[in-house]
Design a protein around this ligand. Sequence first.
Ligand SMILES: C[S@@+](CC[C@H](N)C(=O)[O-])C[C@H]1O[C@@H](n2cnc3c(N)ncnc32)[C@H](O)[C@@H]1O
Length: 219
Amino acid sequence: MSEQVPATNQSFYDRISHAYDLISDAGEHKAREQGEQTLNVQSGENVLEIGFGTGNTLLHLAEAVGESGRVSGIDVSTGMLEVATRKVESKGLADRVDLSVGDARQLPYKDDSFDAVFASFTLELFSLNDIPAVLAEVARVLKPGGRLGVVSMATVQEGEKASALEKTYVWMHQHFPHIVDCQPIDVVELVEGAGLQVQEKVEMTIWTMPVRCVVATVS
Ligand SMILES: C[S@@+](CC[C@H](N)C(=O)[O-])C[C@H]1O[C@@H](n2cnc3c(N)ncnc32)[C@H](O)[C@@H]1O
């Protein structure tokens, strides 16, 4: 397994799991919800969320798949698992949700298992060397024609200038990766590089930081 050691992320997210919604959710929830809407999960579908965090999207996915569908979730943090499990149980949705602790670079699911996979603010945590491995795993577990929905901090589009916030993120990630563990990524290029076909793309900003929601399919 290369570069990014899961334990680093794991202990960081374990520590912040109980406060995560307070720390991070001011702007991110809008982008997450845009991503969910673009992925457009249907009743009866079998869906996986990678890096489910405190479980806000899991609840929406579980509502969308209905009683005949299933939602699986994988996250490297046991702290996040505890927070998300409590939310899922308190909404009475536990019978259609299966949560696991694990690493997205080695998904513990069979080939062709899911109609859709969703990941928000998670792909950009992996090193640029590791992202293709995560996307290859996603392509493996998606059924033919299955959809991947990604919401991520994004590099600026051609001809645009990076905002001060984006430049700060990139600099901090390069110099202090243990503090700023994510970096803006070109999600379209990465997803297409993994052999998926981008079907929809929505551009947003959070506090001047470009954020991109992409839905792509496997053939
Ligand atoms: C920035 S949080 C985003 C959480 C949630 N998706 C959201 O939008 O609020 C990233 C999540 O990815 C999880 N994560 C980090 N590295 C991971 C890995 N290697 N495999 C699976 N999950 C991972 C973290 O524990 C954390 O819950």
